[in-house]
Design a protein around this ligand. Structure first.
Ligand code: ATP
Ligand code: MG
Length: 207
């Protein structure tokens, strides 16, 4: 059994995140999925953005109802900018086998990340692909050290795999939720109920 590591800003966490985490958890028989909110929150245009503590709090509320889900404040606690390589090493030390779960939007930029080639020594990758989209393939820098096993699977020289996995992409984004909240509009059914109540009670994203 392995655990999944799912990073993001989660400002706020929403049903799209929860649903895909559940799908990959089931497909890869993960023992747990850890949601890992990033510490540095690139300031977003609409509304003021929640603090790191508020994002963690919302994730805790959202993940409480699923015994496979956990929230990890590791990037929030670590000072400075979060680098995935540090987080991946942290989880690999703690759990051994890990899946690094991310959307294809994130994966297509991976060639720009700090020490990105090292990531493939520590984790299998599950790259979530939206319906109707063809997997992008790998960053060019990786082509000499990986081989393709089938239409959606690659193997790194380390033995770690990269899986392109089709998921149900609900058409929900945190950006849209912040906009709705800013305008005082309903966010019901886009986020779990306790998260909705928390956003309203604290007046999050309302400038
Ligand atoms: P924002 O609108 O602020 O960019 P977001 O909704 O994209 O927020 P992030 O925290 O940026 O949320 O996303 C974290 C991860 O979740 C990314 O890898 C992204 O691909 C994935 N993701 C975001 N929204 C969805 C969705 N509706 N369905 C599936 N995956 C999603
Ligand atoms: Mg995003």
């Amino acid at each position: 059994m392995a655990i999944g590591m799912f990073g993001g800003t989660f400002d706020p966490v929403h049903m799209g995140h929860l649903r895909v985490a559940e799908e990959v958890r089931e497909a890869y028989s993960m023992e747990k999925v850890y949601f890992v909110p990033a510490r540095v929150q690139p300031f977003k245009q609409s509304g003021r953005g929640a603090t790191a503590e508020e994002r963690v709090r919302m994730l805790e509320m959202a993940t409480r109802g699923n015994s496979f889900f956990r929230t990890s404040p590791v990037e929030i606690r670590r000072g400075g900018v979060s680098y995935s390589i540090d987080t991946v090493k942290h989880f690999a030390r703690r759990f051994g086998d890990i899946y690094f779960v991310m959307g294809m939007d994130a994966f297509s930029d991976i060639g720009l990340w700090k020490a990105y080639r090292e990531l493939f020594l520590y984790a299998d990758f599950v790259v979530m692909v939206r319906p109707g989209i063809r997997p992008s393939g790998l960053p060019t820098g990786l082509s000499t050290e990986t081989r393709q096993l089938d239409a959606s699977t690659f193997e790194h020289a380390s033995g770690k795999k990269i899986y392109f996995h089709h998921i149900t992409q609900l058409d929900i984004s945190s950006t849209r939720i912040r906009e709705l909240a800013r305008m005082g509009k309903s966010i019901k059914y886009l986020v779990p109920h306790p998260v909705e109540r928390y956003i309203i009670k604290k007046g999050l994203y309302r400038n």
